[in-house]
Design a protein around this ligand. Structure first.
Ligand SMILES: NC(=O)c1ccc[n+]([C@@H]2O[C@H](COP(=O)([O-])OP(=O)(O)OC[C@H]3O[C@@H](n4cnc5c(N)ncnc54)[C@H](OP(=O)(O)O)[C@@H]3O)[C@@H](O)[C@H]2O)c1
Length: 290
């Protein structure tokens, strides 16, 4: 624990939590903590060895629950839709969805579907997965969606004329923009799902020493490795995910941005609700979702 007050928690016995990016870093710590609190975890992972290793950790902490794993490359919309449909068919109720998988890339490359990788993984996967799990979340309401964003959004700008940096790419700018998208998406989803009993909040975990940046390539990977010497641990970074997933204090809060388990004001461009609506429309078009 890191000097953060202990909040009153939901009873997670019998609750189901779907989480992405739980094979490493803050997602893995959050998954283990939620399992230790009684939740049954449904992981979405891309790597079988890391997936199985995480499942073993969950079972070691909470052997009773039937934790599950599904595999998907979250950079691909078709794969996100497929895994969401598989999970929605298997899970009648989902109490908590944690959209957390993310990365940074020093060079601009497109996925097989033609999307820039950072935008596809860090933003579109959150959008498509939340949409695909709407029914089981509704069935479990009160339910929660928790999106891992970042303070990196503070220097970001949206450009709807060049959302995916086709003109001039910079890995840091693409990452910052994707994290701005996380906050705008959180606000718009919260607005659209108001009255359903599903709350939607996002967070900045702090600067965390994890595997983040290891795959980014170029000088960025070296820079991040050095900078992480001064970063907080994944244990500390996971605090606000666990808080938003389980604290009774936020049961009725939706559309918020949190840091260190407290509501925090994001940068002004993250509070632009017309940009949030436009981003939703552009994302829906790209995903082929109404
Ligand atoms: N680290 C920081 O300082 C920091 C600060 C602010 C926000 N964040 C955010 O926190 C979140 C988690 O980051 P972290 O620091 O815990 O990083 P991490 O240790 O690199 O973990 C990233 C997770 O995302 C998964 N992932 C990456 N690409 C994927 C793909 N194509 N399909 C499926 N899963 C994929 C990884 O799976 P594998 O195990 O297979 O690689 C891993 O489980 C990200 O959204 C990041 O933007 C991090």
């Amino acid at each position: 624990m890191v000097g953060i007050r202990a909040p009153k928690r939901l009873d997670l016995e019998g609750k189901t939590c779907v989480i992405t990016g739980a094979t490493s870093g803050i997602g893995q710590v959050a998954a283990v903590r939620l399992a230790a609190m009684g939740a049954r975890l449904v992981l979405i992972a891309r790597d079988q060895a890391r997936g199985e290793a995480t499942l073993r950790r969950l079972r070691a902490r909470a052997s009773g629950a039937a934790h599950r794993i599904h595999y998907a490359n979250l950079m691909l919309i078709a794969d996100v839709k497929r895994v969401a449909a598989d999970i929605a068919a298997a899970e009648r109720r989902i109490d908590i969805l944690v959209n957390n998988a993310g990365a940074i890339f020093s060079s601009r490359r497109l996925t097989a579907e033609g999307l820039e990788r950072t935008f596809a993984l860090n933003h579109m996967a959150y959008f498509v997965l939340s949409h695909g799990l709407r029914e089981p979340l509704l069935a479990a309401a009160p339910a929660r969606v928790v999106n891992t964003a970042s303070a990196a959004h503070q220097s970001a700008k949206l450009d709807f004329g060049d959302l995916q940096f086709a003109r001039s790419y910079n890995g840091v700018s693409a990452y910052q923009r994707s994290k701005l998208c996380n906050i705008l998406f959180t606000r718009e989803l919260s607005r659209r799902w108001a009255g359903t009993g599903i709350t939607v909040n996002c967070l900045h975990p702090g600067f965390v020493a994890s595997r983040f940046g290891k795959e980014s390539g170029g000088l960025l990977a070296l820079f991040l490795r050095g900078a992480q010497l001064f970063a907080i641990s994944p244990d500390e970074g996971a605090e606000t995910i666990v808080y938003l997933a389980s604290s009774l204090e936020v049961a009725d809060i939706s559309g918020g941005y949190f840091f260190k388990c407290r509501a925090s004001a994001p940068a002004s461009q993250a509070e632009d609700d017309s940009a949030a609506r436009r981003l939703w429309q552009e994302s829906a078009k790209l995903a082929g979702i109404e």
